[in-house]
Design a binder for this molecule. Structure first.
Ligand SMILES: [Zn+2]
Length: 187
């Protein structure tokens, strides 16, 4: 017999139905209870059920989640980004991390040029607006947008200047949709 606290894999026999019924993370067949997922076995003697709980369930993103992402590509009407983390948790992202930002969802004002708002390599804070058929993000709100950016020419971290960014090495200014705490963020 297995004991509570054992790490189990899908298909492992974890109990018999005479003693424990199948519950979360388990299923029964012919009187035997099996694990249906990887996790830690819990044989609950009070309720007489066998559960398998995953200690690190994958972070599946939902609309409304705030995420951090790296801008991957700039196109005519959208940007693409790789979601690297969800705000408030150190756990990795489960499932899709490839996301798109439509030009109309980047800045609160009208913009027809994505490259004035975001650049490849920028780290952004964004909100998930849709998950199907693919992840969609917005950076329209004040607290959303670019939080860290390096100069495309010399890789110096850009500093905030008025509503844009400035490279102290190249002495050049750049436009961006900035989060209101650009430059203050510790990742
Ligand atoms: Zn520079």
């Amino acid at each position: 017999m297995m004991k509570s606290g054992t790490e189990v894999f899908p298909g492992d026999e974890v109990a018999v139905e005479e003693e424990y019924l199948a519950s979360d993370g388990t299923f029964s067949n012919d009187g035997v209870v099996y694990a249906s997922q990887i996790g830690i076995l819990d044989l609950d003697d009070d309720e007489c059920v066998a559960r398998v709980s995953s200690p690190n369930p994958p972070n599946v993103l939902r609309p409304g989640d705030i995420v951090y992402a790296v801008v991957a590509d700039i196109r005519n009407t959208m940007a693409t980004a790789d979601v690297v983390a969800k705000k408030g948790t150190a756990r990795g992202i489960g499932g899709e991390t490839y996301a798109t930002l439509h030009v109309s969802k980047i800045s609160p004002g009208y913009t027809d040029d994505v490259s004035k708002e975001l650049r490849k390599g920028d780290i952004i804070r964004a909100r998930v607006t849709g998950i199907s058929p693919s992840l969609q993000l917005t950076t329209k709100d004040d607290d959303l947008g670019v939080i860290k950016s390096l100069c495309g020419t010399c890789k110096t971290p850009l500093i905030r200047k008025k509503n844009g960014l400035y490279c102290t090495e190249c002495e050049r200014s750049f436009t961006r949709k900035l989060a209101d705490d650009y430059g203050d963020v510790r990742l």
